[in-house]
Ligand binder design. Structure first.
Ligand SMILES: *Cc1c(COP(=O)(O)O)cnc(C)c1O
Length: 563
């Protein structure tokens, strides 16, 4: 029996996500949401969970970032080659879009674990000669195009994904909607739960809503209202036709526009946010819904630098399978921890030199800031007072590496990238600052291991969780972050990293950041190396055992899937 035949027989949980970061060469992700989905799949493979993953092929990728001489982001398509990594399956299904049949074929990608287990990922593709030319483009661009394009993609993902699973013979009991993008999946499930003899004047009584709710798990990933997909019912009617009566949709997804988050909330029996604070915020945004929290985690084997992996392997050969054993990392000897870190730092410096021509020093602390470039993450906060930053740099030299993509339609993000260029020029000769273009999984792994300090400055409570700081901690890179998302749970100030707490919170964060850097973080680096290494070990041994995707998946299994 092939791995796939075994998966078809075994899988009982289907995880639907618009994006998933499988490997750097497969451009089916844009950022944190996709990396989380990828880490979920990697842990599912390690733990041999009966799961199948469904996403879009996104053959033209998300964004290929280049920086112009003036420091502006120039973005283009970022194609990848499915034939190198996946194989097309013979089965096809059709969904109705604007009254036409749109055919969908899945490609099979296997997420393999070193222990020999694997989970399948189905990548849905509409680029088939059976389809009209515009329909062949539906699965090209991740988060590309207008509302109509996005709605078509979400039909392919949700409705098409459900049909594909049936056509392949999967018998799924639980459907996990990773963010609202997948919420149209509830519509075929509703139709499967139709009551034949119901009174057709009552929109909701025609369906066994409870049966759908029993099958769906919904994870919401953002408290930013603009992050929820919403579609005009006019558009829905044109594109989706009468797949489900409008009255039913309005009752479930909001009266004025189809809100994908609302739809998912109403049809999922288990709903969670991705950190404790995020679940609290979500409960305030959606009163009356039961929303619990499962804090995100990262896949330790993927995000731990080889130099640290070797240290762990020599003591706990099974450490990556049992990340709990990282609790003993506080017993590592100082020299081997520092040496492992300097190996990772040297690798990052080499990458910076080849990719940007900049030569940074290995004996000067390196601050990393790599984020999706968008307003609420406040990418410019560290540069809010250049004079002050210069004074600090003269006292305690430091270097900064910046990276991150802006969505081509996000003007705030594009502005931040352009502004970096000016800040870099103004600090010329005072502090070395480099922008590393093309932030992706590969660069992320190098950055989270090779910096000394990992900076994060979101505006609370808008960072749902964040995960890059967890990756940094695994490598003994110390977080310096505003208290939001997962950091509220992971931060013991002065032990696992540092908090930035402005007075007042929000506007005061810039001053608090400078004070922490000048009075605490940089002096520790220069004057108390044993104290610094002690904190590195605290970060690994306290954050690693908890903020990993094995722990996260065991909670989804016991609380959400086995419900
Ligand atoms: C981990 C990761 C993220 C998530 O970063 P946060 O800013 O902490 O949410 C985004 N993009 C890439 C490429 C990553 O590896």
């Amino acid at each position: 029996m092939t791995f796939f035949e075994r998966s078809v027989r075994r899988a009982r949980i289907a995880y639907f996500s618009m994006e998933i970061a499988l490997r750097p060469e497969v451009h089916t992700y844009s950022g944190g949401l996709g990396v989380l989905a990828g880490d979920t799949a990697r842990s599912a493979a390690d733990l041999d969970l009966p799961m199948v993953f469904v996403t879009l092929l996104s053959e033209q990728g998300y964004v290929r970032q280049e920086i112009s001489p003036r420091g502006e982001q120039e973005s283009g398509p970022n194609p990848w080659s499915p034939t190198d990594w996946a194989k097309p399956l013979p089965q096809m299904v059709a969904v109705q879009i604007e009254g036409r049949d749109v055919w969908i074929r899945p490609w099979l990608y296997a997420v393999e674990c070193p222990l020999g287990h694997a989970v399948p990922v189905l990548l849905l593709d509409t680029d088939l000669h059976e389809n009209e030319p515009p329909d062949r483009r539906i699965t090209d661009f991740l988060y590309g195009g207008d509302d109509a394009y996005r709605l078509k993609q979400e039909i392919v993902l949700g409705i098409g994904g459900r049909l594909i699973l049936r056509a392949l013979g999967f018998e799924i009991e639980k459907f996990h909607l990773n963010e609202g993008h997948a919420a149209l999946l509830t519509l075929p499930l509703l139709r499967e739960a139709a009551r034949r003899d119901a009174d057709s004047s009552e929109p909701l009584k025609q369906y066994d809503i409870g049966a759908v709710r029993d099958r769906c798990v919904f994870t919401t990933h953002t408290p930013v209202e603009a992050g929820f997909d919403k579609f005009d019912y006019e558009l829905v009617r044109t594109i989706l036709g009468d797949y489900i009566e409008l009255a039913t949709l309005r009752a479930l997804a909001g009266p004025t526009r189809l809100n994908m988050t609302q739809l998912a909330l109403n049809l999922s029996g288990y709903v969670n946010g991705v950190a404790r604070r995020h679940a609290e915020t979500a409960r305030q945004m959606f009163p009356g819904y039961e929303i619990t929290s499962i804090t995100n985690g990262v896949h330790v084997h993927t995000w731990t630098h080889r130099a640290f992996a070797d240290l762990h392997s020599s003591r706990y050969p099974n450490w990556a399978h049992e990340p709990e054993s990282l609790a003993f990392s506080d017993q590592l000897d100082d020299a081997s921890v520092w040496n492992a870190h300097q190996v990772a730092k040297a690798e990052l410096l080499a990458t910076l030199s080849t990719e940007t021509g900049a030569h940074l020093r290995d004996d000067v602390p390196l601050i990393g800031y790599a984020r999706r470039m968008t307003a609420y993450k406040r990418p410019e906060l560290v540069f809010s007072d250049i004079e002050r930053l210069s004074v600090i740099a003269q006292k305690y030299p430091f270097q900064i590496v910046l990276a991150g993509l802006a969505h081509p339609k996000d003007e705030g993000g594009a502005k931040a990238i352009a502004a970096f260029h000016r800040h870099i020029e103004r600090l010329d000769g005072i502090a070395q600052i480099v922008f590393l273009p093309g932030y992706d999984m590969r660069l992320s792994a190098t950055l989270v291991a090779g910096c000394d300090i990992w900076l994060n400055t979101p505006l609370p409570p808008l960072e749902a969780s964040g995960t890059s700081g967890m990756k940094a901690a695994l490598n003994g890179v110390l977080n310096l972050s505003v208290l939001d998302g997962w950091w509220l749970e992971g931060c013991v100030d002065g032990v696992t990293g540092w908090s930035i707490e402005g007075t007042p919170p929000g506007p005061g964060d810039g001053l608090a950041l400078y004070a922490k850097l000048e009075d605490v973080v940089l002096p520790l680096y220069y004057r108390d190396r044993p104290g610094w290494v002690w904190m590195m070990k605290q970060a690994i041994s306290k954050i690693g055992p908890l903020f990993n995707s094995h722990r996260m998946m065991s909670r989804y299994v016991t609380e959400a899937y086995a419900r």
